[in-house]
Structure formats: structure tokens, C-alpha cells
Design a binder for this molecule. Structure first.
Ligand code: PEP
Length: 273
């Protein structure tokens, strides 16, 4: 089964939930979704560092994959305040989000730094979820596609086609994420996803590039989730606020999964004809 045949759906809890709240959220989410076959979805949650160990212990790893929100590009050394990939692995983390829009804008992380983190994550067996996206200004100047291609080409520099089998991409336009964000229209998001997928094929070749899941993130909610996932180039959803209530997250999952499965079946039938 191709990776893009599975619905990737996850959330980043940003700097909101403490340990108790994270465990409570995960326990509820697991209970609410345990009847859904994990052959169909890859459900993941990226909590704060302090909650990672308890998060991992609170639910089965086959049910919910735990990710970190960031990490250092070295495994150890004089990097006060940083977290090593080995430390993440020690507590059972499997995914690491790299280059979230807030890291890039508030903490001024560069594409070169994201690249070092991607390479380090892969070297240590973690799945990097590389977040890319244009600013509002870049969108208005109509250079979004160029920006996305640069972020991919630098962020994934020196990643081999074989290693790309572990990579995940999240397209999160900066103007669309968070409380000030306005969601991208399904057409706009799909056009950018198409550009991203073409760039991935250019970087890794058709076989590998086509199978890298590209998730959309940015003000996904109960109103737009279904139409976003019905678009041909959107492989999954990366959700913030609307997913932080387990019941609502469960509702969104159940809303989008049948649409995703139908889309996959149509694709399979098309390929056979
Ligand atoms: C995010 O910050 O990555 C995000 C997708 O948030 P929201 O869904 O709240 O816009």
C-alpha cells in the first residue's frame, strides 16, 4: 500500500496543553477513534516536550503516533536549551515537526537550519514532518510557488530518495494558521499542493516523489475539512485549534475519512482502466 493511500491526520498542540491536559486529550481521542482501522488512517499528535513521555504511555502507539514540535540538528553537545533526537526517541517519539511557520517567523529559523534538522531526524530514525508555506506578502506578490519550491529544495537538500520514504510535508500558508489566520480556499490549497508534489518528483524522481504525503494545515475546521480532503492533491490534514477538543477532532476524522477512501477507490479504478 502506498503511503498516500493512508489518511494522515494530526495535530500540533503548540504551547497550550500541560501534561494532565495532554494525557486527558489523548485518552479521549483513543477511546473515540479506536474502532477506526489504523490501516486507513495515521493519527498523530505533537504535544509539548514536557508532556511527551506521559503522552506516549497514555495510549497504544498503534493507535496514536506521538510527535515532537521541534528538535536540535545535533544529537548532543553544547546546545543549552535544545532537545536531541536521541532524547525524543528515548521517550517513544516517532515524528518530529520541523520548520513550523511560528518557528520560521518568531524564532527566525532558516531553510538551512530546517535542512540540518531534517537530515538529523532521518539519521536517527525519526520521521520529519517538514512544514512549508508562504507569507501573506509573498502570496500577494504572487511568488508563493517559488517560495515553496525553495523551501523544499533547501529543506530536503541531501535527503536521498530512499530516505524520502520517511518524509512528510505539511503545506501551511502562514496567513492561514492560528487565530489571525484565514483558511485557504480548497482551489488555492490544491494548486499549491500540486506545485509541491511536482517539486517532490523533481527532487526524488517519480516513484519516490509521488508517494510523499502532503498535508494541508491552516484554519482547518468542521466547515472546510471535507472540501479540502476531496481535492486530488491533498493527502491529509494537519490541524490546530479545531482538533484540540477530542470530540471535535473525532468528528472531523469521521467526516473526512469516507471522502478520502472514496477518492482513493476512484483513483484505483482510474489506474486500472
Ligand atoms: C498550525 O498552527 O499549524 C495550525 C494548523 O493551526 P490552526 O489549525 O489553528 O490554524
Amino acid at each position: 500500500m502506498a503511503r498516500t493511500d493512508i489518511l494522515y491526520i494530526g495535530t500540533n498542540t503548540k504551547m497550550y496543553m500541560n501534561i494532565y491536559q495532554t494525557v486527558d486529550f489523548l485518552t479521549k481521542l483513543h477511546e473515540l477513534t479506536k474502532d477506526i482501522s489504523r490501516d486507513q488512517i495515521k493519527l498523530f499528535v505533537n504535544p509539548s516536550y514536557t508532556a511527551l513521555a506521559a503522552a506516549r504511555k497514555s495510549v497504544p502507539k498503534e493507535s496514536i503516533t506521538i510527535g515532537a514540535q521541534n528538535m536540535c540538528w545535533e544529537k548532543q553537545g553544547q546546545f543549552t536549551g535544545e532537545i536531541s533526537p536521541l532524547m525524543l526517541k528515548e521517550v517513544g517519539v516517532e515524528i518530529v515537526q520541523i520548520g513550523h511557520g511560528e518557528r520560521r517567523t518568531i524564532f527566525k529559523e532558516t531553510d538551512e537550519e530546517e535542512n540540518r534538522k531534517v537530515l538529523c531526524a532521518l539519521k536517527h530514525g525519526l520521521t520529519p514532518l517538514l512544514c512549508i508555506g508562504e507569507t501573506r506578502e509573498q502570496k500577494e506578490k504572487k511568488i508563493a510557488d517559488e517560495i515553496l519550491r525553495i523551501q523544499l529544495k533547501i529543506g530536503l537538500n541531501q535527503v536521498t530518495p530512499e530516505q524520502s520514504k520517511k518524509v512528510l510535508i505539511a503545506y501551511e500558508p502562514l496567513w492561514a494558521i492560528g487565530v489571525e489566520g484565514t483558511p485557504a480556499s480548497k482551489e488555492y490549497a490544491d494548486e499549491r499542493h500540486k506545485v509541491i508534489k511536482e517539486a517532490l518528483v523533481e527532487i526524488f524522481g517519480k516513484t519516490y516523489g509521488k508517494d510523499i504525503p502532503v498535508l494541508y494545515g491552516g484554519s482547518v475546521n468542521n466547515q472546510n475539512a471535507a472540501e479540502l480532503i476531496s481535492m486530488p492533491h491533498i493527502d491529509g490534514l494537519y490541524i490546530g485549534r479545531s482538533a484540540w477538543d477530542a470530540e471535535n477532532f473525532n468528528k472531523i476524522i469521521r467526516l473526512v475519512l469516507p471522502i478520502f477512501i472514496k477518492r482513493r477507490k476512484t483513483r484505483e479504478t482510474g489506474a486500472m482502466l
